[in-house]
Every structure is written in C-alpha cells, then in structure tokens.
Design a binder for this molecule. Structure first.
Ligand code: DGJ
Length: 734
C-alpha cells in the first residue's frame, strides 16, 4: 500500500475545507479528532470529542484554540511537562519540532495518518501516528523517534502520547489492586496537582495499577450517560500515566513507557517506537466507553476475538501440584460429563532431575515427570480424546528456578545485577530469564514449538509468569545499554509471541501472571484471554470483574466456579451464586469435581448447558453495567445484549445480606424500547418460578422500571442461605 502524500493545500480539500487548510481531522463513525499541522509550524491539538459536522469543523478553532502541542517536547518551554525529553549527542537538552509532512493512507482495517516532525536545527525526527479502526470509535496514537546525529542520543522520557482535557468537573476512573484483589475501581475528581498511575514490576503490569483510565467529563461518572474519554496504553511493561493540573483550563494527560531506570541510548537511524495509546470518546457513559474498547478488542486487539471460548476445567485449585495420570483422567471425565469442552492441566506436571512437587524447583525443565505421568503427554491426549474433551497445559516459559537443570546449564541466562547474588522469587528459588537475549527468546519459542509440533492436538496453553524483575542486570546487554533492560525484555517477549502466533494462530493461549498480573492490550493481541485473579471467591470476583470490564470484554475474562470454603477468602457461598458470577465471564471450573455431590454436579451441568445458549450474548454482546457493587447499595447488576437487541442476559447479585433489607430496583439498559421481551430465569434453584417467569415486557418498561427481583431464594428451610443471585434470559418475540 503506498502512502498518499497530502500536501498543505490538498489536505484542505480532502479533509476540512479551505478555511482549515492546516488542519487534520481524524474521523471515526461517531468521533472526530482535530489537529493543527501547518507545514513549518507546530503540531497542535485542537479538538477530541463527538463527531463534528462540516460547519462545526469550519469554525472549530474559534472556540477550541490550538493552544497545546499534540506531542510536547522538552527544551523551549521548560516549566511544562513534556512527552519527549532527550540529550543530543553534543549535550544539548532541547528540542523544537516543526511539521515537515502529513500523509494518510487507507489500510485494510482502517486509516493511518502520519505527521512527520523534524527538529528545527538537529537531524532529529519524530513521526506521530494516528490510526483508526473500521467500525470502531477507537483511535490509536504512537510515535517513532529517530535521528541522524553523529553519536547516539539519549532518550530520557518517551511517552506515547499527550492529550489536553478541558477542565470543568472531570472525574478519573482507574483500576488498582494486587494479587488476589485485582481490578478494583477507584473514582476521583481531578484536582490541581499531579495524579500519577505507574508500574515498575518489570513484568506483571496490572498488579498494583492498570495502564488504562477513563475521564468522565461531565462530573461524577455515570454508567450509561455522559461524555467519557477512555485511554488504554497498549503495553506489557512498566508504564507511567500522568495527569498534570495547574493553573490553566486543561488537565494535561501523558501516557507511555515508564522512563525510570530506562534511559534509552538511541544510535543513528535506529527507530524507537513507543507503544500505542488507544483513545476512545463516547456520550454513552462509562459503559459506552467499555463497549467501544470491547468491540475494538474483539475485532483487532485480542487473539481470535471472533471465536467463542470453550468451557473448561483447570486443575489448579482441584489438585494443586498433585498431578497424576489417573487424577487427570478422572477430572477430564468429570468435566466432560458436565458438558465442559476442555481440560487444562496446571502446574506440577514436569521436571526430571528435579521434581516439581511444590513451587521451589524445575521451572525451565519442560519435560514430563514420568513418575507422575508414565504415559506422558500422549497418555493425557489419549485420555482427553477418550473423554471427548480438548486438552490444555500450563507453562511458565519466562522463568527458571535455581534448582533446575536449565539454571545449572545456563546460569548466564537469568536477570541478575552484575557481581551480585540474584534476589530470588517464588519458592525462594525463582528467577526471571533474560528475554533481551535472543538465545533465551529461541529457547522459549522452541519450548512452545516443540510441544506443538510433537502434540498438535494440544488446544490451549496457560502461560503463567509469577515474578517481578527484582534485580537490574543483563549479561547479554552491553554495559552502556543496561538501562534498556525493561524495554528490551518486552521487545524480546513480543518477538517470541509474534513467532508463536505466526505458526500457531489458532492455539488458545491464556495470559496468567500470579492471577491478573498481565491484563493489558500490549499482550492481548497474542493471547486469547487472561486469568482475572487467583482469587476465585464469587463475591470478591464481582468487584474485580466489574473493574476489569471497564476495559476488557467478557470473552477474555477467565471466570471459574470454585470450591467452598473458598481457597483464598475461606468464604462459603452457595454453588448457585458461584455459578451465576462465573457465567458473566468466560465460564470455567477450578475445582475437584470428585469432591462435589451429584446434586452439585447436576447444577453445574445445567448451568453449562445454559451458558452454551447464552455464550454468544456474553462473549460477543454489548455490556451495560447497571448497578455498581462499589455503590454499596447491597446489589450489583449488569446486562449483555446482542447488537441487534433481540436477546439479552441480565445478572443480579446481592452483595450483602441483612434482615428486612431494602434494595434498589435495577433498571435495565441497552434494550430496544419497542421490542417485547419474554423473561426466562436460568439456573433456577427456587421451589417455584419467579412471578414474572415467562411473562412479556417491552424494552421501554424494563429500561424505565426494571423487574422486582426477590431478595432471597424460595428453598426448603435447611437450604436457605445468605446469598441471592439471578440470571435472566430475555428474548424478543420473533
Ligand atoms: C499462579 C497462577 O495464577 C495460578 O492460577 C496457578 O497456575 C499457579 N500459578 C501455578 O503455580
């Protein structure tokens, strides 16, 4: 595809009319972004919001003055924050960029606009990219930085993007949390000062915080109304998102790689590409922003985002490290008999010289432990076939233990500060392999390639990563490039992922990192899904999945029915409620089925059958969050609807239990007001049906009033409990 050169004047005809000869408009179906880009002048930001008409476009600058650079650089306005700060080869710390060219081209999946900038004095260049994606309201923006100076230039800060956001009553929604408590929502009004969201783990970048944020522009965030700008940094490594507010009319939002301990020495002609920042704008509140991200993700940013996900049983909480042939066969048989489609064998299956009976050995020694599995992977695949399920396997490819044959052979392959003993991780022996090293990249690629070549029937890989980069140092990187470690690690990881995906596009791969430590759009193009959290407690999952859903679609959220008392919170929750929560994501099980009663198995079997019916709605539908658990009103509720609005699934979970309690009646959203829907309860356990079972209501009624959901279940006395939940299936009359 060749670039269409668009000159200063040509851009006038193509985009905006003669009056806006220097402006660029990036358009999506419902949004516009306007930039001012006169050749020889500055690239400035003008407008980002709902779609502009030709009349509004003509006059936009009279009311949206282009005050701020669209990619501010350091040196000629030092007191303000900058996206890019460098030290030239001669020691000069300043940049002053001017537009030298603007081009646009139609690509198969959208349109790409490139604004080429050059320093006024130095042979130093920045290309600023804006990419739209057909059928979505998402614009990705990123930069490419390069130079032709005689000696390397030091990049001291290299954010992906900057966006000024008009002040008023702007609220920020973002996620925080840590192991077993990921994706918690925090909402706060933006105040003067700096709000910083950052990560320094090196590897797991969605533990502690998340590189995605939402700005509600009209005051306190609303789910289904109000203007919202969403931003997601598509990066798997350390990041910094910063909102700087001082005494002017804008909040100044920057996002990019965290430059701390990562100054980058850029040689002549090497291109430094920053990760994309995905932006979206909507007038339909936080849920509208989520729908924009979800649609874009399923179409463009999630491996196999258009393929339904299988219902699986994962062995971890069922048997932990206690893997053996008969046990795996029994679990496969059990999940098959409940209607499941896939069995995944988790940790504990490998190791020869060192046996993996706990977490302190064998990572890196990816050979079957024949003491546990005498028939090897062949035997497991044979049993999977016999039981009529697919088979998946756990790996932690980026890691080793010091008690491993791999470490004995290649001690130089680990990340370690020069001249110091490595700081060790999980089990007191875990270390991170140095993915900056191409030999390590090959080792990891070959691990997957050999496995898949030898056993092409393997359907699924759970790719785990349970350690931070604790030590700074690489034996592969040159002494003057040690500060490249964090960045080059993720480049190395991406290269491996690209190679794997080029050969195995259909393999399902889950991103797991001590639970939800790797939930980001840097990696998801290579992964089909992620493990939301190691915490499988249904009540806490409501909060975590709620937060995660702000940016990530249900199809990608591994959500499993587990045992009680729960292994992380020790809470006892009835199976019906555990099922109803798990069914709002990518349904799976994380349990030892042989410890379940026949009645429990029957309930799960029934739920799995029901999930198969609603799977297209949950996994490909539009999300409407209705009642937030974070409002502390005693109930949480959400709904998925098909794009045609002919079918919907409504979830309702009580989040606390008191006698004589009063809960709000939840109004639905996302339905067609003129359609008539029939209500059917799924996973019913009550002795009698709901009063509105099988009854018909208009979408208008359901959205204005909702249904009065009973606060508890009608059960025999000995079965009464303190949890209530409902899943309602709504189908419009033909
Ligand atoms: C951490 C993961 O999050 C768990 O699901 C499990 O796979 C363990 N690692 C295995 O060691």
């Amino acid at each position: 595809m060749t670039f269409k050169k668009i000159s200063f004047l040509l851009s006038a005809c193509l985009w905006c009319g003669a009056a806006l000869a220097q402006n660029i408009t990036i358009s999506t179906p419902k949004t516009s972004m306007v930039l001012s880009a006169p050749i020889g002048g500055n690239l400035n930001y003008v407008y980002y919001g709902s779609k502009l008409s030709p009349t509004d476009l003509e006059n936009i600058e009279t009311t949206h003055p282009s005050l701020y650079s669209a990619y501010p650089v350091y040196g000629m306005n030092c007191p303000t924050e900058a996206a890019l700060a460098v030290k030239h080869a001669d020691g000069n710390m300043s940049l002053e960029m001017e537009v030298v060219n603007v081009t646009t081209r139609i690509e198969k999946d959208g349109e790409l606009t490139v604004v080429e900038l050059k320093d006024k004095i130095y042979p130093f260049f920045v290309n600023v990219y804006y990419k739209t994606f057909n059928g979505t309201d998402v614009i990705e923006t990123w930069t490419e930085i390069k130079h032709q100076e005689k000696k390397p230039v030091s990049l001291n800060r290299f954010h992906s993007a900057y966006l000024p956001i008009r002040r008023g009553n702007v609220w920020l929604t973002h996620l925080y949390g840590s192991w077993a408590n990921e994706g918690k929502v925090i909402q706060e009004p933006l105040q003067p000062g700096v709000k910083m969201i950052k990560n320094k783990d090196g590897l797991r970048n969605s533990h502690t915080a998340h590189p995605e944020v939402l700005f509600s522009l009209d005051g306190r965030p609303q789910e289904n109304s109000g203007a919202v700008i969403g931003a997601a940094l598509c990066y798997s490594g350390n990041y910094k998102l910063m909102v700087d507010t001082h005494d002017d009319e804008y909040h100044h939002f920057f996002a990019g790689i965290n430059e701390e301990n990562s100054a980058y020495t850029l040689p002549k002609e090497e291109v430094f590409t920053t990760p994309a920042l995905a932006l979206t704008y909507t007038n339909e509140g936080l849920s509208g922003s989520s729908r924009n991200f979800h649609g874009w993700a399923r179409q463009y940013k999630l491996a196999n985002g258009n393929q339904p996900r299988k219902i699986l049983l994962n062995s971890w909480e069922g048997v932990y490290f206690d893997i053996n042939q008969e046990g795996m066969d029994q679990m496969m048989n059990d999940i098959a008999s409940m209607g499941g489609e896939l069995f995944v064998m988790d940790d504990g299956w490998f190791g020869d010289k060192y046996q993996r009976n706990t977490d302190n050995s064998s990572l890196g020694d990816w050979v079957v432990d024949t003491r546990k599995l005498p028939d090897g992977i062949e035997g497991l695949l044979r049993d999977a076939k016999k039981n009529g399920v697919k088979f998946g396997i756990w790996l932690e490819p980026e890691m080793a233990n010091t008690t491993s044959e791999l470490y004995e052979k290649h001690p130089e392959w680990i990340i370690q500060a020069p001249q110091r003993d490595p700081v060790l991780g999980r089990g007191g022996t875990q270390v991170v392999l140095d993915l900056t090293n191409p030999q390590v990249q090959d080792f990891i690629y070959q691990l997957v390639d050999n496995l898949m070549t030898n056993y092409p029937e393997i359907d699924y890989i759970k790719w785990d990563a349970n350690m931070a980069i604790m030590n700074h140092g690489s034996t592969y990187l040159a002494n003057d490039k040690q500060s490249h470690l964090y960045i080059d690690y993720h480049r190395g990881l991406e290269k491996v992922c690209q190679r794997i995906r080029a050969k195995y596009p259909d393999l399902t791969i889950q991103a797991c990192a001590s639970g939800g430590g790797r939930v980001n759009y840097g990696l998801l193009p290579y992964f089909d899904e992620f493990w939301v959290s190691d915490n499988t407690d249904a009540l806490q999952r409501i909060y975590m999945q709620w937060g995660t859903s702000y940016f990530f679609p249900a199809i990608a959220m591994g959500s499993h029915i587990s045992a009680c008392p729960n292994h992380q919170t020790f809470r006892t929750i009835p199976l019906k409620y555990r099922i109803d929560v798990a069914m709002s994501g990518r349904l799976g099980m994380e349990i030892q089925p042989k410890n379940m009663s026949e009645e429990e198995k029957a309930l799960c079997k029934n739920a799995i059958a029901a999930y198969k019916e609603i799977r297209p709605i949950v996994q490909f539908g539009d999300l409407y969050r209705l009642q937030s658990p974070y409002d502390n009103l005693g109930v949480a509720s959400l709904l998925y609807a098909t794009p045609e609005k002919d079918k919907a699934v409504f979830y309702w979970w009580k989040t606390e239990q008191f006698a004589n309690q009063h809960l709000p009646r939840v109004k639905m959203a996302g339905l067609d007001p003129d359609q008539v829907y029939t209500i059917k309860e799924l996973n019913r356990v009550d002795n009698e049906p709901l009063s509105f079972e099988g009854k018909r209501f208009t979408g208008a009624y359901l959205m204005a009033n909702g249904l009065d959901i009973p606060y508890s279940h009608k059960l025999d006395y000995h079965k009464l409990n303190d949890y209530a939940s409902r899943v309602l299936y709504l189908e419009a009359a033909q």
